[in-house]
Design a protein around this ligand. Sequence first.
Ligand code: PLP
Length: 462
Amino acid sequence: MTTAQTLFSHLPATDRLLRDAAFTALLAEFGHTRVVATLRSLQNEAREHIREANKLPDWSEDWAKKTREELEASQRSALLPVFNLTGTVLHTNLGRALQAEAAIEAVSEAMRSAVTLEYSLDDAGRGHRDRAIADLLCELTGAEDACIVNNNAAAVLLMLAASANGGEVVVSRGELVEIGGAFRIPDVMRQAGCTLVEVGTTNRTHLKDYRAAAGENTALLMKVHTSNYHIEGFTKAVSEAELAALGNELNLPVVADLGSGSLVDLSQWGLPPEPMPQQLIADGVSLVSFSGDKLLGGPQAGIIVGKKALIERIQSHPLKRALRADKMTLAALEATLRLYQHPETLVERLPTLRLLTRSAEDIHQQATRLLPVFEQRFGERFNVRVEACLSQIGSGSLPVDRLPGAALTFAPKDGRGSTLASLTQTLRTLERPVIGRIADGRLWLDLRCLENEALLLEGIAK
Ligand SMILES: *Cc1c(COP(=O)(O)O)cnc(C)c1O
């Protein structure tokens, strides 16, 4: 017999392995079907290894151990919890806003139980699913009515489709933004069946430009918040209030896509101010849309507030049915909005605001506290230091403004990019991966979003 054949004959039979005491626990935990399927694929892998290397794979010493590793790896969730130390608080790729405890509880309850989603307890009839939250939104924003959909992109599409299909929508050339992915205002217009009418120039648009563009086919005047970029210098934009006054005069609805928006005045915490939906409603804007999971700090959702007659058209549009939010989103959103009824405790209870308002000094102290642990673990190959840094709000909010904070930085002593890459890899493969950012040939772990310090230390110590 050739060596390969001898080696093949050394591979244990699946049946024999399954009778092994070491497999009893695996069978109980993962079930017969998955254990057998994993063993089959390991057998193939071993045969392949023998053909290529003319020896048994190292792991074949302990089949139960290898099988467990494979099964555990395949169990790993696709939504693995991580430490967001990127320095971007509302990180779209990491799931944006962390939910408030009240929202988490409300969602769990709604998942476990039947709920009064479209059911009114008074007359046992069918209510409409946004009703309760719409009332809450009216209270918070002063609007006449509201509508909730899957996200703000959906809200913009629906606002346009329901109020301007077949008509012209006038937008400033300075506001024809791309938000990311395939969301570009001109494309959304087309999808909604509207004709885009561009007015003004990239840097300057005047009220007279809107007035000149309005004609018999005009359905809407629109403002889009340029959330993710900023132009400076010789600029001019028409405010929502001015445009609302013109809309009023011409008898045309004015809609605004605010992007993030904030229901509270952020400047009270020294944060850069962001437009507030309630202000736009007070200014006379007919419809305002914003995201649930940006500065609002709730679940992914799109919120439209505004005039009753327009919201009614939106609620009865067929796209509303396609874009509506589910009971979990609505439960989380309602609980989040209720926190705004009690502004005195908002910073404490709303994670997004809590993280955004952390002082640089507090974060600096935390970094100093953590430094020795990271030095101990990584100090041999890296110069580990505490450094001042600037965090971002993220998700297109306030793109230029930065929040002062602190980070742990890791500079490879050998100055090599590959050493740095191996560190980011090590941190990414922890049980709860740690995600930082690379800049200036160093790894930066911005601690603004680190609340569970003990859990991070536990992961690093392992
Ligand atoms: C973020 C944003 C959107 C998209 O909102 P999503 O909730 O992510 O769908 C649309 N318009 C503007 C101006 C935005 O900033």
